[in-house]
Design a protein around this ligand. Structure first.
Ligand SMILES: *[C@@H]1O[C@H](CO)[C@@H](O)[C@H](O)[C@H]1NC(C)=O
Length: 311
């Protein structure tokens, strides 16, 4: 069995949020969990109310804020949040789905980590009918939303989702400020388009990811990791709630459902898994591919494979 502390380092691998907003890196996930010194400010009732599966504390203006399924709600219309984020019911700021999350506000916005919301970019000396696009350090016309000056894309080049090929600039441009960050594998920052960097690397990438997916599929076929599991545990382990008698914030351990004797085939804490050691009259028992395997039994009983039956 793995101890929770083993995985603290794993979570810390994700980049942290920098003070001046997030970088223009693509497909980056950030750790929105709060530091232990901020978390220490949480009162016992706050910790107790943050104990459901997947709950975590994030920092909001110097204080811990519990993010859980009961504090998260869809963002109201006057709050712009990163895609797939919700808002906090009482703090009225944006909160992510999971502790480590992507943070994409759209190309015309920057995430303000202090206020925890997306704010429209200013600067660049753009005109009244324009918005500033940080990634290309240029101004985009509002009218591109409804009448983009689209031209035919050169061979081998594509534009990201909700972007278009601008016939005069000869670059991909976002349709509007909420166009997401480029979602292609081969974004070319210099030329502002997908592809166009030669065929070699993109061939390599697709071959590589196929192999990786194939291997991963083989390993996780029996008990696939949920998004929550992926967040907190290395593959192929599952995050199981550790019951505590004293309450407090959510704690978990990482379990291999295929072999874990006390959580065989699922989390023992949710009742989905079986604690093989609790099978009546059992002596020798194992967890094989998520099923308890009974080898030996106490005197007067015989193992029939899954149970001890009286003889
Ligand atoms: C073992 O015995 C129990 C109780 O009689 C029965 O339900 C179960 O199917 C048996 N298992 C096998 C593998 O025969």
């Amino acid at each position: 069995m793995f101890a929770k502390s083993t995985f603290v380092a794993f979570l810390a691998l994700a980049s942290s949020v920098s003070a001046g907003g997030l970088s223009l890196n693509l497909r980056t996930s950030y750790n929105f969990g709060c530091s232990s010194s901020i978390k220490a400010k949480a009162t016992t009732p706050q910790r107790d109310s943050c104990s459901s599966s997947g709950s975590f504390f994030t920092e909001y203006q110097g204080n811990p804020l519990c993010v859980s399924s009961s504090t998260r709600t869809p963002p109201p219309s006057d709050l712009t949040c990163p895609f797939n984020w919700g808002s906090h019911k009482t703090a009225k700021c944006c909160v992510p789905e999971t502790e480590v999350s992507p943070c994409d506000c759209g190309e015309g916005y920057t995430f303000n980590s202090n206020e925890k919301k997306c704010v429209a970019n200013h600067g660049g000396g753009c005109g009244q009918d324009q918005w500033y696009h940080d990634r290309s350090s240029s101004c985009c016309d509002n009218s591109w939303h409804w009448s983009p000056p689209t031209g035919p894309c050169p061979k081998g080049i594509t534009c990201p989702t909700d972007w278009f090929w601008h016939k005069d600039h000869q670059k991909c441009k976002p349709h509007h400020p909420r166009s997401p960050e480029p979602d292609c594998d081969d974004w070319d920052q210099k030329n502002q388009c997908c592809g166009g960097g030669g065929s070699g690397p993109s061939q390599g990438v697709s071959g590589g990811s196929w192999k990786r997916n194939f291997k991963a599929r083989e390993q996780i076929a029996l008990f696939p990791q949920s998004n929550l599991d992926k967040m907190y545990c290395p593959s192929p382990l599952h995050a199981c709630t550790v019951p505590t008698t004293t309450g407090g914030e959510w704690s978990y351990e990482c379990i291999d459902f295929e072999t874990e004797l006390e959580s065989c085939g699922g989390c023992a804490s949710t009742g989905e898994g079986v604690d093989c050691t609790k099978i009546p009259n059992v002596l020798g028992v194992g967890c094989e591919s998520g099923v308890c395997a009974v080898y030996t039994c106490e005197a007067g009983f015989a193992a029939n494979g899954t149970e001890c039956v009286a003889i």
